[in-house]
Structure formats: C-alpha cells, structure tokens
Design a protein around this ligand. Structure first.
Ligand code: NAD
Ligand code: MG
Length: 298
C-alpha cells in the first residue's frame, strides 16, 4: 500500500498491516529495537518549503513522534536541534543523518530534561548553534505504568512531572526572550489528558497540566505574536510504550479500540506539528490538535 501525504488512502487500512505485539525494553526504549519498526516518514515525507530558514528545537527528537517531526521540519527547510537522553545516542545519530541529508543544519544535544541547568543550556546552545530560535517543540516525555497508587514511589511521581511539566516550563521560559513575532511553541500532550487510564495516574495528570499550560500561555504571549498550541496523540507506535509505558500484555491490542481500529504511526503526527509551526496556522492559538484515530475528545 502506498503511504505518503498525497495518495488517497483508506485510513482504516493504512498501516493496518503493521501489527503491535507484546515486547519489553528498558527505559528509555530505542526506535532501533522496536519490532515492528515504526514509520517516521523516512521514505515518504515530502516538504514544500513551509519552514524555509526556520530554526527549531525539538525535545525527544531522537525517536517516535519527535523524530518524525524533526524529519518533516528538516524537509520543510528548517534547521533543527534535537534533545534526547545520552542512552539514545544510536537513535539520535540515525535521525541526525536523515536531517542532514535534507541539507539543513543539525545539532544533537544529549542530556537530562529533569535538570533545569541542562534545559536552559539546551536553549542557549540551540540559539548559538542555529543562529536563533523560532520553533520550540516540547515533546520529550516519561510514561511508566503503575497499577496501585500505594506503590507509586515519590521518585517516579517527581521524575514524571519533572520530565513532562517542569522541563517544558524551564525550556519555554529560557526560549521566550529569543522568540520573534511569528514564532511557534508546540507542546505534546495526550488523549490521556481527557481519558486517563487507571494505570497512568501520574502521567495522565502531567498531560492535563500541559493542556492548561498551553491554553494559559497562548493568551499571555499572543500580543507578542508568539503562538502556543498542543498536539494530543492517541495510541502511537513508539519506544515509549514497550519501555514500561503499558503493561506488556496490553501491547497486543494497542490501538485496536480506536474508531479506526489500529494504532497510529509517528509519520501520521508530523504534519500536525508542521501545520502548527508554519504560518499556515496564523489564527490558531491555544488549540489542542487531536491526532488519535477518532477517539472523541473535547
Ligand atoms: P519516544 O520514547 O520516542 O519519545 C520520548 C522521548 O522523550 C525519548 O526519545 C527521550 O529522548 C525523551 N526523554 C524522556 N525522558 C527524558 C529525560 N529525562 N531527558 C531527556 N529526554 C527525555 O516516545 P513518543 O511516544 O514519541 O513520545 C513523544 C511524546 O508523545 C511524549 O511527550 C509522550 O508523552 C507523547 N505521547 C505519546 C503517545 C504514544 O502513544 N506513543 C501518546 C500520547 C502522547
Ligand atoms: Mg527515544
């Protein structure tokens, strides 16, 4: 089946041949070890110059949704800096190679988002290395399932909030002074913000926070010409899920309960980020774009 942005295709059949199955990786998972492999749009995404000359920072740009977004941004003409954990160097280098093939400047900036100093440094190094910043994608995230709150240790609760919420705050705060009118901030939230799973109490709470942060900040910085929006993915095939993001047995059915009856691929998310980053969405602010296979969402 042809898979690209242009061919008329039945969305229920698209990718339906890529079946999930139970598997486990240590956290953070690697795209390189995901079976079957995810589609990041490596072979298919075709840019049309929508982000020519822009400078983007994407956290979690080594794999999954962040990597698919990085590929799309680079092919739309943007220079791209990606942030990821040092353990993910293998994934990051593969993505960096694909971005460089698009002819843009690429920065690989490993470190821990739980560290405020790293977050601030990340913005400074991006501005230095790319010569500015006008697109910020806060996408890095931690999701570890837990089925009993009495066993959810304080450290996990803290780490999930640090990674998903505090890092977004630290990075956005450091980035704002550099963002000119026309710049865009895009935060990755989740269907979990509205339909929280019983085993993702901490994670789902961070995703609801990200939605509120997005809508509040969007109003605050609108007069400066900076647009803040969010993307809320549904079940997407990325290393986050088999690295303790879900109980292993749930992966067999991953995405089957969506109206389309299948899980999504990172390549299906990237165009949403391109839309929100580009001037095409000039009147879209404080919005959450749901890309979830049809699950009803507010
Ligand atoms: P992913 O594992 O490919 O990406 C998450 C990335 O977060 C990792 O690659 C890693 O680089 C980064 N990260 C995690 N902890 C970090 C830390 N302490 N320091 C630095 N980087 C860190 O998985 P993904 O599914 O593409 O996740 C991207 C975003 O999408 C996350 O915010 C996730 O919550 C969100 N999301 C995913 C799904 C899904 O089904 N996969 C659904 C809804 C939302
Ligand atoms: Mg990764």
């Amino acid at each position: 089946m042809t898979r690209d942005q242009y061919t008329l295709t039945d969305p229920a059949k698209l990718y339906a041949d890529i079946e999930p199955h139970a598997q486990r990786q240590p956290e953070p998972g690697l795209d390189a070890k995901l079976d079957p492999r995810a589609d990041l749009g490596e072979e298919t995404y075709r840019g049309t110059g929508r982000l020519t000359g822009r400078k983007a920072l994407i956290t979690g740009g080594d794999s999954g949704i962040g990597a698919a977004t990085a590929i799309a941004f680079a092919r739309e003409g943007a220079d791209v800096a990606i942030s990821y954990l040092p353990d993910e160097e293998q994934d990051a280098q593969r993505i960096a190679g694909i971005l460089r093939d698009a002819g843009v400047t690429v920065l690989t900036l490993p470190g821990d988002l739980k560290d405020a100093g790293y977050c601030r440094d990340l913005v400074a190094k991006t501005v230095d290395g790319l010569g500015g910043l006008d697109i910020l994608v806060n996408n890095g995230g931690k999701q570890i399932f837990n089925d009993d709150l009495t066993t959810l240790d304080d450290e996990q609760f803290d780490d999930t909030f640090k990674t998903n919420v505090y890092a977004m705050f630290w990075i956005t705060k450091a980035a704002l002074p550099h963002l000119k009118p026309g710049s865009a901030i895009i935060n990755t939230t989740s269907i979990q913000a509205y339909k929280p799973s019983d085993v993702l109490v901490d994670y789902a709470s961070t995703k609801a926070t990200i939605n509120a942060f997005t809508k509040a900040l969007a109003q605050q910085v609108a007069p400066k010409g900076i647009r803040v929006n969010a993307v809320a993915p549904g079940p997407i095939w990325t290393p986050l899920q088999p690295s303790y993001g879900q109980p292993e047995e749930k992966l067999d059915e991953f995405g089957k309960d969506t109206p389309l009856g299948r899980m999504g691929q990172p390549a299906e998310l990237a165009p949403a980020y391109v839309f929100l980053a580009s001037a095409e969405s000039s009147y879209v602010l404080g919005e959450t774009l749901n890309v979830n296979g049809g699950i009803p969402s507010p």
